[in-house]
Write a protein that binds this ligand. Structure first.
Ligand code: CIZ
Length: 355
């Protein structure tokens, strides 16, 4: 068996390897079959790139039907994935919930590992594939279950809220989960006047400003959002005085204080679609800004974003390889699934605005 594309093979070798099993020529029939998709993305993808993407998109869409697979793409995925092959698009909780409504048995997660685990937690009978098993997350890897158990020992009886960007192990030793959209609602809903919220120090500090409760947190941060500063926002304001600036609550509090709106990924998308600003800066992941731009033609998007290197590990090449070889399957032990899914379900009982 040739070496796996998943996680180890450079892109040019990946194409050569895929070429042994798939026709990757940009033929007239592929051009015709993908013409509508190109129309959708052409404002964000250079036309010269389409002949490379189109044959992969064509083969993925053909193979996913054969394999009874559903492709889930997070908002941070590049437009060729988001618009080219995804069946369900959105934030991690939305992807996992929507997958439960499908009868397709194979779920290909175009996202990072904690997202694939979340999908598995809510779809335990289905096969969940992660096209690059190295796709991690700085937040999720910042805390282990042992770290959290030690923290719980320090604060006996204090309820523990785990942000969705955590591993299944961490969710399993938490009381309830939260998203960026419902963090405040969950803090208010749990008992007591002190809560532990892990692992994002900035989401915790931004939430603490909105509640009387004391929030004990962890030193985790999202490497995409943590690097934005108040000076960046001031520079953007000076350069684009007419633009609305919106940011994700994983940004530091001084950034959140300086922007016009702060919200989760879904919150930001909804805000742009509802407010229709003439010009906007999305202080978040770059592909998200590109994807929203393609759906909001009346708004001009200024790029004030960072790229998530983990999300960008997912490519059309490794999605096709993943479907072809049915790898890499995300395995979560049954006992862990039960406990970790319980924390997600508790959140869904408390909050109607899960995603
Ligand atoms: O869980 C998600 O999808 C992330 C990363 C953030 C959000 O705001 O939804």
């Amino acid at each position: 068996m040739v070496q796996l594309i998943n996680g180890v093979t450079p892109l040019d070798e990946a194409r050569a390897l895929l070429g042994q099993s798939f026709d990757l020529k940009f033929s007239k029939s592929v051009e015709k079959a993908t013409a509508d998709l190109f129309e959708r993305v052409k404002d964000k993808l250079p036309a010269v790139e389409w002949p490379f993407f189109a044959p992969l998109i064509f083969q993925i869409n053909r193979l996913k039907k054969q394999k009874n697979a559903l492709i889930l793409a997070h908002t941070y995925q590049a437009p060729q994935i988001f618009f080219g092959v995804a069946d369900i698009k959105g934030d991690s909780l939305h992807l996992a919930i929507e997958a439960t409504k499908s009868d397709r048995q194979v779920l290909v997660q175009c996202g990072v590992r904690f997202m694939a685990e979340t999908t598995k937690l809510l779809n335990p009978q289905k096969t969940v594939l992660l096209p690059d098993s190295r796709a991690g997350c700085s937040l999720s890897s910042s805390i282990t279950a042992d770290d959290l158990l030690a923290m719980k020992a320090q604060y006996p009886g204090v309820p523990v809220i785990a942000y969705m960007s955590t591993s299944a192990e961490v969710k399993a030793v938490s009381d309830i989960c939260c998203t960026a959209a419902n963090a405040l609602e969950i803090v208010e809903a749990v008992a007591g006047d002190t809560v532990i919220m892990v692992p994002d120090q900035f989401l915790a500090r931004n939430t603490a400003k909105l509640t009387k409760k004391k929030i004990v947190t962890w030193a985790g941060a999202c490497e995409v959002h943590a690097t934005f500063t108040a000076a960046d926002i001031a520079e953007l304001r000076a350069a684009y005085p007419d633009a609305k600036i919106i940011a994700h609550p994983e940004c530091p509090p001084e950034v959140i204080a300086a922007v016009d709106f702060a919200g989760s990924t879904t919150g930001m998308v909804d805000w742009v679609k509802a407010q229709k600003p003439a010009r906007v800066v999305m202080v978040t992941e770059c592909s998200m800004s590109d994807n929203v731009a393609l759906e909001a033609p009346d708004t001009q998007f200024v790029r004030g974003c960072n790229i998530c290197p983990h999300m960008k590990r997912i490519t059309l090449e490794n999605i096709l390889w993943s479907l072809h070889t049915m790898s890499a399957e995300v395995i979560v032990p049954d006992a862990l699934i039960e406990r970790a899914a319980h924390s997600i379900r508790r959140m869904m009982e408390v909050s109607a605005t899960g995603d």
